[in-house]
Ligand binder design. Structure first.
Ligand code: AMP
Length: 403
């Protein structure tokens, strides 16, 4: 089945066309600056030259139209017509507690996505514009919503509740939802497969999945089901990240707002965009820049790296304890897949817990699936490049086939 995967943001739209039977990427690309001046489309067809063009994109429908043109173009295209594309899979950031699985999009699903606008004010409306644009331009094509929150819906209440008055859960749905769920699901299923277990039902298997990128989250996964995860009501919770502050004493918010006469918008900007390793180092949110600066003696860059490793370890350790042990750690996303220094810091000194990383494997293997643990290590340390688009395409195929 050929599935078009759409990840619509407020002014950008990423796409991939995948052949699910061959697990092959046919084309991918990005529309940038939708609704702004100088919009552009970057298109990368497999086996052909990539190209970049300026196309008028006043809205998401125009962007989807440009994507369709690129996919069917005589020179750069990969299909003759959109009739060859069987279905569309949409990444949707927030499904609230409505969806624990991906779902065929209909009017009720659209209503539920809209009901979650308040929980994800930047992403869900953008995801919806992507859905509506596809409906307009490809009427009748089956479409599936794949939610970032869905995989985390198996968390028990003791893990997803906050210690606030119960009415805020009942009336305002304040609880932990988590994020990066499609990535945690993909790597946990791959981990089970690599370890010779049934990926859909790996009974007794205990994993900590570490999605470490510009945004970072960890999940405790037992029997293939999430028991806990570090992102909360929003993606701000967890370890400090590229520009997000992660876990802080909640009283700091009111204290700073009063002291500096800050608005909610100000504090939101500070905690989401100006904090994290960028805020600590003053250098960059990118770990490559931080490691280069630390090597040259920049102490705040080193502090930011130390804090990240320490906070990730603390969360990972709490999950291992909560699960009563662990069979594998799974590293993924930009830092998890590429940053050998950070993986080493996170796993250092844990031999007593049965976690031993092989320095040589850790520093030489990159970008493909690998076990970085020593032979003697009781716990596997897996590097698994994430592939959220493939997961979305596979879900779409399964749901459309069974519809
Ligand atoms: P992501 O959000 O998953 O795309 O991850 C992006 C982040 O991965 C970047 O901001 C970098 O901090 C990090 N990253 C990517 N490549 C490397 C690398 N080779 N070494 C260290 N960090 C990297």
């Amino acid at each position: 089945m050929k599935v078009l995967v759409i990840n619509a943001g407020s002014s950008s739209l990423k796409y991939q066309l995948l052949d699910t039977a061959k697990q092959e990427l046919l084309a991918k690309g990005l529309c940038e600056r939708i609704g702004l001046d100088a919009p552009r489309l970057k298109h990368e067809p497999a086996g052909k030259d990539k190209y970049e063009v300026q196309v008028a994109m006043p809205d998401h429908a125009a962007a989807i139209s440009a994507v369709i043109e690129a996919l069917t173009d005589a020179d750069h295209g990969v299909v003759k017509s959109m009739d060859e594309v069987d279905a569309v899979g949409h990444r949707v950031v927030h499904g609230g507690d409505f969806y624990a699985e991906s779902v065929l999009i209909d009017e009720d699903v659209k209503k539920a996505i809209k009901a979650c606008y308040g929980l994800s004010p930047l992403h869900n409306p953008a995801n919806m514009t992507g859905i509506e644009a596809c409906e307009k331009l490809m009427p009748g094509k089956p479409m599936v919503a794949v939610f970032d929150t869905a995989f985390h819906q198996t968390m028990p209440a003791r893990a997803f509740m906050y210690g606030l008055p119960y009415k805020y859960y009942e009336e305002d749905r304040i609880r932990r939802y988590g994020a990066h769920g499609t990535s945690h699901r993909y790597v946990s299923q791959r981990a089970a497969d690599i370890m010779g277990r049934d990926p859909k039902n790996p009974e007794g298997l205990r994993l900590v999945t570490l999605h470490l990128g510009n945004g970072s989250s960890l999940a405790a996964v037992v029997d293939g089901k999430v028991q806990d995860t570090s992102m909360g009501l929003t993606p701000l919770e967890g370890p400090l990240m590229g520009t997000r502050c992660g876990n802080i004493d909640p009283a700091i918010v009111g204290y700073l707002m009063d002291k500096h006469n800050l608005s909610t918008k100000d504090i939101d900007r500070i905690m989401n965009k100006e904090s994290g390793v960028l805020g600590i180092s003053g250098v960059s949110s990118d770990f490559r820049d931080l490691e280069a600066a630390a090597k040259e003696g920049n102490e705040r860059a080193q502090l930011a790296l130390d804090m990240f490793a320490y906070q990730v370890r603390k969360i990972m350790g709490s999950y291992i304890f909560a699960m009563g042990g662990v069979d594998a750690l799974v590293f993924t996303a930009g830092i998890g897949e590429n940053d050998a220094y950070m993986r080493k810091q996170i796993c250092a000194g844990l031999a007593d817990l049965g976690i031993e990383i092989d320095d040589e494997k850790n520093s030489s293997l990159r970008g493909k699936e690998a076990d970085l643990a020593t032979e003697a290590s009781k716990v596997r340390v897996l590097l698994i490049p994430t592939n959220e688009e493939l997961m979305i395409a596979k879900d779409t195929e399964e749901i459309v086939k069974n519809a």
